[in-house]
Design a protein around this ligand. Structure first.
Ligand SMILES: CC(C)(COP(=O)(O)OP(=O)(O)OC[C@H]1O[C@@H](n2cnc3c(N)ncnc32)[C@H](O)[C@@H]1OP(=O)(O)O)[C@@H](O)C(=O)NCCC(=O)NCCS
Length: 142
């Protein structure tokens, strides 16, 4: 996927946090510590540094949700991070994002923290960020 296509899908999927533009995607996918995983209907970006991975974003076309694409993207991203030596993966998710939290829980992530009022919504209200993590041991990635 091109940076422009990534930005277009991101804009369809995200209001909070703000969608990233094509320039931001170009910089991320050009960075050696970042891996882009794509499948028809979605993509994921993961960064792996010094034994730790961070899932930067994951997005599935609204018309393709519930088909298992998000789960497959996440599994492939974790395998990529593990291959780069990451032993743990962290991520941040808005506390009211039930679909994403369901996806992460089903992939073995558990909540490790919470940042009150971390995200600002379009209407000016704020919502908490939930921090989740899971180990990436030799047998941990399904
Ligand atoms: C989160 C997202 C990537 C899930 O993608 P998806 O392709 O629909 O997910 P899958 O079909 O692979 O579902 C995998 C698991 O996620 C969970 N899940 C998916 N949608 C869910 C929902 N609406 N509510 C609760 N759990 C849900 C389920 O556990 C599901 O497993 P199951 O089908 O065995 O029950 C997608 O909803 C999305 O792009 N959302 C907008 C962007 C976003 O919020 N990204 C995450 C930001 S941190």
């Amino acid at each position: 996927m091109t940076p422009k296509a990534l930005a277009q899908l991101h804009a369809v999927c995200f209001a909070t946090p703000r969608p990233w533009n094509a320039e931001e995607f170009a910089a991320l996918i050009g960075a050696p510590d970042c891996d882009l995983i794509t499948l028809p209907g979605g993509f994921a970006l993961i960064r792996s540094i010094a034994g730790e991975a961070e899932l930067l974003t994951i997005a599935v076309d609204p018309d393709r949700r519930g088909e298992g694409i998000g789960g497959r993207l996440l599994a492939r991203a974790l395998i990529r991070a593990q291959a780069k030596g990451a032993e743990t993966c962290f991520l941040e998710v808005a506390a009211d994002n039930a679909a994403a939290i369901g996806l992460y829980r089903s992939a073995g992530f558990t909540q490790t923290g919470r940042r009150p009022g971390y995200y600002r919504l379009q209407d000016g209200q704020r919502t908490d960020a939930v921090i989740m993590a899971r180990p990436l041991g030799p047998t941990a990635v399904a």
